[in-house]
Design a protein around this ligand. Structure first.
Ligand code: SF4
Ligand code: SF4
Length: 448
């Protein structure tokens, strides 16, 4: 063990994780960051370093800065703000590091100490409404209505967002192309096929992005689940807590996670352990991380572990043998579909999902599935990153769109809602001959 106590310089230990569950075992943050040997092997894979060639915003640079923060050599966390705030949390570095140094988790730990980060009015308001589902729905509907009638665009043209200091909101509303006025749960709560049965094979977890923005993705997932896997129910879950977690707000993230664990426990009392299926890879990766959130809490640990162990990304669930008999091969041929896959960071780096999508689709699509260069590189969406760091995010996005365009694909498949929004925006602007589809939307589209 190191001579340093975890967060010895930090004022409030309750805002931090005590230990990280890493790929090489449970470790204190200091032990985890000290594992970085400064070899630099991860540098070229890091999107922010590749673009800027600046050491402080590379994985190695970030780890060294955070190590110095813990050692007290940098007294003010804000001095390291750029290194911390510009990290996409994509996880490419961890995957490419021999020691699997968990840089994104280390960054998040530092983020929890950053003053002025996650304490603003917008964050607190967002978290309030995320915790209050009914109010959240009204609020989002009002925003979408304003967008539909052009008021959000008018505010943008007049520069109102910039005047009130909320440029990020302007970026956010511009990326929202087709906001729905009816949300996913409003469809699912009235769907008799999802009523309780004697036996169920799956539980559907709806993420906020799919619930409120990409409603059609959720509807496609439900259609596929019913058609291929039989009876199941809608979990009627709360936000997974990822937004709060990524803002460094551990307490809020735990509160939301606990609500979901309780819902699952109630379902479990009736049906036993049933797989929880999610279709936003970012949220799914975080649900699998509930283990980490409650590792120190004996009263919840077992339930949290059980919850996480039963979570599955829809990308992992769907196998070739489940779908091949339903495929409409004539349609694939007739529509001259050319497909490429963008591997969302939280699918490939956080969950190790890469080959599963190819194993399911390649035998069906054959030469119509064209691999893009660096398919597992981040698109620059990364949750709210594209709103907070628009310039860097746009540079990362342009690289992604260039790689897509080089395949001449007309459909790009993705599985995380922030990738979805980011790539949809990028395609419209730089390569309009392709459209984005979620994995389940695409499969539903090619089955009879
Ligand atoms: S994070 Fe890993 S790959 Fe990168 S410099 Fe440190 S030890 Fe090397
Ligand atoms: S998580 Fe991504 S952006 Fe952050 S240091 Fe690692 S590779 Fe770079």
């Amino acid at each position: 063990m190191s001579k340093y106590q975890i967060n010895e310089l930090y004022k409030d230990q309750s805002i931090h994780l005590k230990n990280l569950i890493t790929r090489t075992g449970k470790k204190s943050i200091y032990d985890a960051v000290s594992q970085c040997s400064r070899c630099g092997y991860c540098e070229t894979i890091c999107p922010t370093y590749s673009i800027t060639k600046r050491e402080p915003i590379s994985p190695r640079g970030r780890n060294q800065i955070i190590r110095q923060l813990i050692e007290g050599k940098i007294k003010e966390v804000d001095k390291a703000a750029e290194a911390i705030k510009t990290c996409l949390l994509c996880g490419a570095c961890e995957d490419n590091c021999y020691g699997h140094v968990p840089t994104p988790d280390i960054i998040l730990e530092a983020k929890r100490e950053m003053t002025g980060h996650g304490n603003g009015l917008i964050y607190n308001f967002s978290i309030f409404i995320l915790k209050h589902k009914k109010e959240f729905r009204y609020f989002i509907k009002m925003l979408f209505f304003l967008k539909k009638i052009g008021l959000a665009n008018l505010s943008s043209i007049l520069g109102l967002y910039h005047i009130i200091g909320l440029s990020s909101l302007d970026h956010a509303q511009k990326k929202l192309l087709n906001p729905p006025l009816k949300f996913l749960s409003e469809y699912l709560e009235n769907d008799e096929r999802l009523a309780q049965k004697e036996k169920i094979n799956w539980i559907y977890f709806s993420s906020c992005g799919i619930e409120f923005i990409y409603t059609n993705v959720g509807l496609s997932t439900i259609e596929l689940l019913i058609k291929i896997y039989g009876n199941g129910i809608f979990m009627q879950n709360h936000c997974c807590g990822l937004i709060a977690y990524n803002y460094g707000k551990l307490k809020d993230a735990k509160e939301l996670a606990l609500k979901n664990i309780e819902i699952y426990e109630n379902i479990r009392n009736i049906y036993g352990n049933v797989k929880i299926i999610g279709d936003c890879s970012s949220c799914v990766a975080f649900l699998k991380n509930y283990k980490q959130l409650f590792d120190e809490d004996e009263s919840i640990r077992e339930k949290a572990n059980n919850f996480s162990d039963n979570v599955l990304d829809i990308l992992e669930l769907i196998k070739l043998e489940h779908i091949e008999e339903h495929i409409d091969y004539d349609k694939i041929k007739k529509e001259n579909l050319k497909i490429t896959i963008h591997d969302s960071c939280r699918a490939c780096h956080a969950q190790g999902i890469y080959s599963q999508t190819r194993e399911a689709l390649k035998p069906i699509l054959k030469e119509n599935l064209i691999e893009m260069k660096d398919s597992s590189n981040c698109c620059g969406g990364a949750g709210a990153y594209s709103f907070i760091n628009p310039e860097l995010s746009t540079k990362v996005l342009k690289d992604k769109i260039k790689n897509i365009a080089n395949t001449q694909a007309n459909i790009v498949i993705a599985s995380s809602t922030s990738c979805f929004m980011q790539i949809q925006y990028g395609l419209k602007k730089y390569y309009p001959s392709a459209k984005i589809m979620h994995y389940t939307e695409f499969i539903k589209n090619i089955i009879k």
